[in-house]
Design a protein around this ligand. Structure first.
Ligand code: VGL
Ligand code: ZN
Length: 198
């Protein structure tokens, strides 16, 4: 049984000063670096959107950032433009010890669909390939940290349980956006799914 640390979206745009800054995001660099040595494998995810991505509010004329729209695959929050492919904002946060990462998994690169989860795009069915990678390496117990707790971390951990992995979230190594109660909702959803909250 292998234990993997899955570090979600520790990127410049999600840290203070970034396009979709999560308060305190940069505080996580040191604790996450320290955790990396305790696992059999470390996987980093990177939110990676084309300029015409449908989750960007400015690609929907008249729509406000943080408003909700109905997409063919369900409701979708419209975000400020962030983590654009090749931009500095999409870079992993300086100081994050990428030398210990076995895999950097990019997600959200299809223009017409967002991907909060590291396992499935927001239609809950288009796979990123991560489950196959972990399965082939025998990594069955997953610990999630990073940004943002109430979106990409929570969706990833819930999908992990659905796929049969053991999943824990270390809340002290996460920070949340907390949009309209999204943090409490995410905690409820994680508990109901069987995610361990450490
Ligand atoms: C995220 C909103 C949009 C996240 C990514 O990493 O939680 N949130 N894209
Ligand atoms: Zn995104």
């Amino acid at each position: 049984m292998g234990n993997a640390l899955i570090v979600i979206d520790m990127q410049v745009d999600f840290c203070p000063g970034g396009a979709l800054a999560v308060a305190g995001g940069d505080d996580l660099v040191a604790p996450i670096n320290a955790m990396m040595r305790d696992y059999d494998a470390v996987i980093l995810t990177q939110d990676w959107h084309p300029a015409n991505h449908s989750s960007f509010a400015d690609n929907h004329p008249g729509a406000a950032p943080f408003s909700l729209v109905e997409m063919p695959y369900g409701p979708q929050v419209l975000w400020p433009r962030h983590c654009v492919i090749g931009s500095g904002g999409a870079d992993l946060v300086p100081g994050l010890d990428t030398s210990l990462a076995d895999l950097v998994l990019r997600k959200g690169f299809c223009p017409e669909i967002d991907s909060y989860s590291a396992f499935f795009e927001n239609d809950h069915s288009t796979a990123t390939g991560l489950a196959g990678y972990l399965g082939e390496r025998g990594l069955s117990h997953l610990t999630f940290v990073g940004l943002a707790l109430d979106f990409c971390v929570a969706w990833s951990a819930i999908d992990a349980v659905k796929l049969g992995f053991g999943a824990a979230v270390v809340e002290s190594a996460c920070r949340a956006i907390d949009l309209d109660g999204s943090l409490e909702q995410a905690r409820r959803n994680m508990c109901a799914a069987g995610v361990t909250i450490a």
